[in-house]
Design a protein around this ligand. Structure first.
Ligand code: G6P
Length: 607
């Protein structure tokens, strides 16, 4: 949430800051700003709206070769130019950009007001530059450290001072910050996407660390001024991975990338001859993995839906009791952490605050937590005991698509691995492997049906409410379909277990409320068909996502989306894709901003 960028070097800072902010825009996009330094003064430009709005009011030839920038997702204080970052101290010499929440800001603000500071914004962040000003005696890094001692809450910050040309100080506690090492230039950002055009050499900061950068290099210390040695990592992906290419938006690109991204998640991880999976990053010995008696999965949003599929699969295929829970709920429940449980924290970004804090609480209680993350070097990936990178490549659209199917792939691999250590025979394992390896081609086949799904999207996009219904492994897919639709089209949608409709949701059914039924040819098909008839009898339109050749389902439905016939355990991959496309085409028809829907952000680093 909120994106931060800093640059110092020989070039003009403004274009680099604006370009970096554009790449960070998915983290928050209600307002943005930059502070660029000339010796003795700072120029600050802030604007409500997206980076394009900031760009339009930023002087083209703004001089200054060091500065900081911010794109905001509002927490404290409304969305307006004044509350946008950077915030200045009352002398106008110190500028700060902040991601996170300062929980004790009221106390600090009261204290500073008592000393005569006049605040301009309603934000929690404005206390930070004013606190730094209080301690500044010529050494910016020392003043930042002194100020940090007063802050409670979470922060990733970048700070500049007009009288310290070419210096930026950053600090992290709960909100990500990465250093970029260029040639004669240095950067600092919330994530590497903002810097990839300039460098691939990066250093990830940990909580409690402070960094000082100038054009020559960087030094990292803890808040007590003790030096901290850091490892330099190399980013392995290219700039074109975060560009739209020929697609009109990132979401469409990412949906259509799924055959390759799923194949990448599986690549090198299947041992065909013994029909099992090879997951090098788990960091746990076989005996430990064999003795797991329960799997518990924590996550948020779409990642939670992947966790629900994973739990169901682990239970039915590997015969390990498994549950997936919302991290935001679990962390406040004082969870029991049993000795023989294995935990998974699932997160595309690896930064979601609730998932991260829940993971820390479980680890504190002695639990073993594996991460299933996409972003390499993210906090959850680094702090977990081991895990699986899903390798979907950067996911930029706020609504998650390709990361979801890759998270599924990680769960299928882990399930295969555990099942083969338990009761799944080599023969059954082979069938599982064959079905798993057939997924990318099957997804490609579903994607080829885009025109028909676009037609259906257009037909129903004016509906105000939708129901998404499924059973078994398709229940989480129904939840995901409903989430996708509401996220990007703003149409109200509810995902329900089909068996539950008569306990309430059926009251909503009318000619105006379409129901999307997800009906594979599994053991629950007949039950689903009965539920479809119940809806039909009450005049509700039905869109069915089913299996090619299923005439009965097609004949009950008003609209039918055919997907390839699969081993029933693998339908989550193929049946979620039409729902992603349906949401996408409804949103497109309504003229929504598909990649950056209102009020949302991709990486939710506040609770
Ligand atoms: C935000 C995003 C969702 C995502 C959720 C969890 O709400 O908009 O797309 O599913 O966070 O994010 P994570 O990075 O932990 O998977």
């Amino acid at each position: 949430m909120c994106g931060i960028i800093g640059y110092v070097g020989p070039k003009r800072a403004t274009p680099i800051l604006l370009e970096g902010l554009k790449r960070l825009e998915y983290r928050g996009y209600d307002s943005a700003g930059v502070a660029v330094g000339l010796p003795g003064s700072l120029t600050v430009v802030k604007k409500t709206g997206k980076i394009a709005a900031l760009r339009s009011v930023t002087p083209k030839e703004l001089p200054g070769n060091w500065g900081i920038g911010h794109t905001r997702w509002a927490t404290h204080g409304g969305v307006n130019d004044v509350n946008a970052h950077p915030h200045l101290d009352s002398s106008g010499k110190i500028a700060v950009v902040h991601n996170g929440i300062i929980e004790n800001y009221r106390t600090l603000r009261g204290m500073l007001e008592h000393d005569g500071v006049v605040f301009k914004s309603d934000t929690d962040s404005e206390v930070i530059p004013n606190l730094i000003a209080r301690y500044f005696e010529g050494d910016l890094e020392a003043a930042v450290k002194a100020a940090l001692n007063h802050l409670e809450g979470t922060y990733g910050i970048a700070v500049v001072h007009a009288d310290r040309p070419g210096e930026i100080v950053g600090a992290r506690n709960g909100s990500p910050l990465v250093i970029g090492i260029g040639e004669g230039e240095m950067l600092l950002a919330s994530d590497v996407t903002a810097m990839i055009a300039h460098t691939k050499q990066v250093v990830y900061l940990n909580d409690g660390e402070v960094v000082f950068i100038d054009a020559e290099g960087y030094r990292t210390t803890d808040r007590d001024d003790q030096p901290v040695r850091k490892q330099v990592d190399e980013v392995t992906w290219e700039l074109n991975h975060i560009e739209k290419g020929d697609y009109p938006c990132y979401m469409e690109k990412e949906i259509f990338e799924q055959p390759e991204s799923i194949a990448r998640a599986l690549s090198g991880r299947i041992e065909r001859d013994i029909a099992t999976a090879k997951l090098g990053g788990l960091n746990l010995d076989r005996r430990h993995l064999r003795e797991v008696n329960r799997v518990r999965i924590i996550a948020a949003g779409t990642s939670w839906h992947a966790g629900l599929v994973g739990a169901s699969l682990l239970e039915s295929v590997a015969r390990i009791p498994a549950q997936a829970e919302l991290a935001s709920e679990l962390r406040y429940r004082n969870p029991v952490v049993e000795k023989d449980s294995l935990w998974f924290a699932v997160s595309q970004s690896g930064e979601t605050a609730d998932t991260l804090y829940a993971m820390r609480e479980i680890k504190r209680k002695g639990g073993t937590v594996l991460g299933i993350c996409n972003v390499v070097g993210s906090t959850i990936a680094r702090e977990s005991d081991g895990g699986v990178y899903v390798h979907s490549g950067p996911e930029i659209a706020v609504a998650s698509t390709k990361a979801f199917t890759s998270q599924l792939a990680a769960f299928y691999l882990f399930t295969l691995f555990e099942a083969r250590m338990r009761d799944l025979s080599q023969e059954e394992g082979k069938r599982f492997v064959e079905a798993l390896e057939s997924v990318p081609a099957a997804v490609a086949k579903v994607l080829a049906g885009r025109d028909e799904i676009q037609r259906i999207g257009k037909k129903y996009s004016k509906a105000r409410d939708f129901l998404f219904l499924g059973r078994g492994l398709m229940y989480p897919i129904a939840l995901e379909g409903a989430l996708k639709l509401k996220e990007i089209s703003y149409i109200h949608a509810e995902g329900y277990a089909s068996g539950e409709i008569k306990h309430g949701p059926i009251a909503l059914v009318s000619e105006e409320v379409p129901s999307v039924f997800i009906v594979p040819n599994d053991g629950l098909r007949e039950k689903n068909i009965s539920n479809m008839r119940e809806i039909k009898a009450r005049g509700g339109p039905i869109i069915a996502v089913g299996v090619e050749g299923d005439e009965e389902v097609a004949s009950i439905a008003d609209d039918f989306i055919a997907t390839p016939r699969m081993d029933p355990r693998f339908y989550p991959f193929t049946m979620v894709v039409p729902l992603q496309l349906l949401a996408y085409f409804c949103a497109l028809d309504l003229g929504r901003d598909v990649d950056q829907p209102r009020n949302l952000a991709k990486s939710v680093t506040v609770e």
